[in-house]
Design a protein around this ligand. Structure first.
Ligand code: GLN
Ligand code: ZN
Length: 794
């Protein structure tokens, strides 16, 4: 189908481009693909378990795509994305489109089958696992998965090696374009940009570990040229190419690559209009490079990058179109139309209406789908929110207000909601704000130095050398989950549920006593999730029914929403820890989630700095820590697995973040007496660049994940001469394999060779909630035996 659009050709001196004088005012960068009822998860998992055929899976994908296009069109969005759909991940789709499949998956060329794609994402177990034709039945470990910028979405990391050859073997992007067009939609295909793709991948090449992946740029660009030419031949009007790498610190190599890539790609398919996007942060020193890209349109995230707007407008090249991302794609709050219109009007005054598009700041895949799915959500809170569907309505309304085609009543309604949120006493609690304002530096300071505290803790806890402990959770069996579900549905009484939890705790504590675990835990059976459990008991949080967002593949999360000032109406965990302590003479470890992790894994307020919200949470957790201490709990663990992932995208912003993140941890942990032992836990061990901040948290004991790196990641602690106690994980809890005593002894010996034995604890890498009791029992028995062997050997 050929679109009826009027094109005018301009020949510029430095960049010659085609400019669309078309009727596009609004567009969208990407739409959530998971389905209102999580259809995508259900279908992919059923397919993996052999309960759904390939045809049925494909049909679900097709249905989701057409529903999503229909919704976006109905919302009035002029230009809708396609190829934003994925059965797993868009970066992985791109790797498969260009035949970048690591050799261990046995792919023989030709189109990369969906089963090969799934094995890249999930690993293949070899024999016995259903495998696509063309995939050899060799076991292969999955490709790495990592966080997409500072979102909670994880992409599959592309792998590069000296022999990597790109070939255009797939046709997903072409197929989905044609599918949309045949259904009558005006769509733009979306692809990751070449420099973003190369930058976010890693070299996985045993023969050439130092291989420079940018050597592959040339051949990658050849591929992009082919793709763009084919899109042009299909009649594509606009293509969207995402280069969010622009919001990071760029090396000279990356800058050169961007320049080379875009000079070349802009020439490759005459007649095709290219929109290059950047999002997630201000471009700052990268802005000039971005503005110089010789393409037809550029998208800026002015929610996070408002600081770039003035310079952009002052220097925006004539004839280019500017897309302004004014509606926050990363959050759930209603847009403040008056603030957005100020930005848009400024841009319109400079560029004119025809060269200005209105959009969400980034793909909406990071937002829940629709408020229409939340009948139980409090009406007033709801009136302050916008999920993906509402965000698209906002984009369209803003464009209409800007151009005078939307009635001013819409603006008034919006401003009424914004004002009611600003003034609400449900949000603003003077006592919480006053308490945060009154925090003194000494509130974040333990009474004595670690050396002094340690003596008192040793006298009190009387632990042996190499004390053994776990990270907190024990198996969340199907029974535990089903009892909780029944209780939530009202099928069993609170009393019956609590009796059940007590039995589980008894069983768990008895087991730890029996095997000789030095510092037992209660097992966390009462918790669904380490953030939700606390959010449900704190003021200022609200939960949705269907507010899912994709975390990776078929895993979705339903983050709590922090809407107001946070406080703790009553103790949250004390009764369970106290009950568990009553069952044993050994020191029970209390278990809490830290303020930064609660913040990171929630949708947060946009009306105050993150640091302020975190301090409020820290004070609530501080009260819980003190209540646990009063209840006789001598060791309290405050988990902060998300400290590292909260790091800002730009290095220059790290220290400000680490200052308040560390201070918040200290604020919640510093109220206790010297003899109370504070633990913290982090699920990783890349600490090299933040080790000073980790040490500044001043936890008496830190437990980290190290077994998979063979203790190598302890290096940071060694180099820094980390002064406090450390439990480097001795076994990988991601696998059901039971580790032997010898291997754990070996790992600890390695740790002991670099860290004094008096500083070391013995524990698994992380919580045990995803494991079964049988393997947990055997593994922990071995772990305790390993500690005993370590104690006798000098
Ligand atoms: N205490 C939690 C558990 O054991 C910690 C989980 C985590 O670090 N992600 O499950
Ligand atoms: Zn962990």
């Amino acid at each position: 189908m050929i679109h009826k659009t009027l094109w005018i050709v301009y020949i510029g001196s430095d960049d010659s481009c085609l400019v669309a004088m078309s009727d596009i005012y609004t567009h969208n960068l990407g739409y959530p693909r998971i389905g209102e009822q999580r259809e995508l998860k259900k279908a992919t998992e059923a397919y993996w378990h052999g309960k759904l055929s390939r045809e049925e899976l494909e049909a679900t994908g097709q249905q989701l795509r057409s529903q999503n296009w229909a919704k976006q069109k109905a919302a009035g969005v002029d230009l809708i994305p396609c190829n934003d759909f994925s059965f797993y991940d868009q970066m992985l789709d791109f790797s498969c489109l260009i035949g970048n499949v690591p050799p261990r998956f046995g792919w023989q060329g030709g189109e990369v089958d969906l089963d090969v794609l799934f094995s890249m994402a999930r690993g293949s177990r070899g024999e016995g696992q259903p495998c696509a034709s063309g995939c050899s039945h060799q076991p292969a470990f999955a490709c790495e998965m990592t966080k997409w910028f500072d979102t909670n979405y994880h992409y599959i990391v592309p792998e590069f090696r000296a022999e990597t050859k790109f070939q255009l073997v797939g046709d997903k992007v072409f197929r989905e374009y044609q599918e949309a067009v045949s259904l009558g939609y005006r769509v733009k295909p979306v692809l990751p940009g070449p420099v973003t793709y190369l930058s976010l991948g890693k070299v996985q090449d045993e023969q050439n570990p130092d291989f420079d992946r940018f050597v592959l740029l040339e051949s990658l660009l050849e591929l992009y040229e082919k793709i763009l030419q084919r899109l042009a031949a299909l009649g594509v009007e606009w293509v969207q190419i995402d280069e969010p790498i622009f919001s990071l610190d760029l090396s000279p190599v990356q800058r050169d690559a961007l320049l080379t890539a875009w000079q070349r790609l802009s020439q490759s398919a005459p007649g095709l209009n290219i929109l290059v996007t950047s999002y997630f942060g201000a471009l700052q020193e990268n802005l000039s490079l971005f503005l110089a890209l010789p393409v037809q349109a550029l998208h800026l995230d002015v929610v996070r990058g408002e600081a770039d707007l003035d310079e952009t407008l002052a220097r925006f090249p004539a004839h280019k179109t500017l897309s302004l991302g004014v509606v926050d794609g990363r959050n759930i709050w209603k847009n403040d139309f008056s603030a957005s219109l100020t930005l848009l009007q400024k841009a319109q005054a400079k560029l004119g209406a025809a060269r200005l598009w209105v959009a969400p700041s980034c793909s909406l895949q990071h937002a829940p789908i629709s408020l229409a799915l939340e009948p139980k959500l409090d009406a007033e809170l709801k009136s302050w929110m916008a999920f993906a569907d509402q965000k698209l309505e906002e984009v369209v309304a803003l464009s209409g207000l800007l151009r005078g085609t939307t009635p001013p009543l819409v603006l008034q309604d919006n401003q009424r909601a914004i004002l009611s949120r600003r003034k609400s006493t449900r949000i603003h609690k003077p006592q919480v704000k006053d308490r945060v304002a009154a925090v003194q530096p000494e509130d974040s300071q333990r009474q004595s130095s670690f050396a002094q505290r340690r003596e008192l803790q040793q006298a009190k806890l009387k632990l042996p050398e190499f004390p053994t402990t776990t990270i907190g959770s024990f198996p969340q069996t199907a029974e535990v989950r089903s009892m909780r579900a029944k209780w939530k549905k009202g099928e069993i009484s609170t009393e019956a549920y609590e009796v059940y939890l007590q039995q589980e705790i008894q069983h768990c504590v008895a087991f730890q006593d029996e095997i000789g675990m030095d510092m037992p835990v209660h097992g966390e059976f009462e918790r669904n999730d380490m953030v939700e459990y606390f959010g449900e008991q704190l003021e200022g949080f609200v939960f949705t029914q269907k507010g899912w967002v994709q975390s990776y593949g078929s895993r979705y999360v339903k983050p709590p929403i922090i809407y107001g000032d946070v406080s703790r109406p009553a103790a949250m965990t004390v009764r369970w820890s106290q009950y568990a302590q009553s069952l044993t003479k050994r020191p029970m470890k209390g278990m809490l989630t830290g303020p930064v992790t609660i913040l990171q894994w929630s949708f947060v307020r946009d009306d105050q700095p993150r640091s302020e919200t975190t301090r409020q949470i820290a004070l609530a957790i501080r009260d819980e820590v003190l209540d646990l201490e009063t209840a006789g709990i001598a060791a309290i663990q405050v988990d902060e697995p998300a400290i590292r992932e909260g790091l800002p995208l730009r290095q220059r912003d790290w220290s400000a973040y680490l200052d308040w993140a560390v201070e918040s941890f200290r604020l919640c942990a510093s109220g206790v007496r010297d003899e109370t032992q504070i633990h913290t836990h982090m699920c990783y061990s890349e600490f090299n660049d933040i080790i000073e901040a980790i040490a500044a948290m001043d936890a008496d004991v830190i437990t980290i994940e190290t077994s998979r790196s063979n203790m190598e990641l302890l290096e940071a602690f060694v180099g820094f001469k980390y002064p406090n106690e450390i439990g480097p994980g001795v076994y990988d809890i991601h696998s059901p394999r039971v580790p032997s005593v010898e291997e754990m002894v070996r790992l600890m010996r390695k740790a002991e060779s670099v860290i004094p034995r008096s500083q070391l604890w013995v524990n698994p890498d992380c919580g045990l909630k995803t494991r079964g009791w049988e393997e947990v029992k055997s593994s922990l028995i071995h772990m305790v035996q390993a500690a005993r062997q370590l104690r006798v050997a000098q």
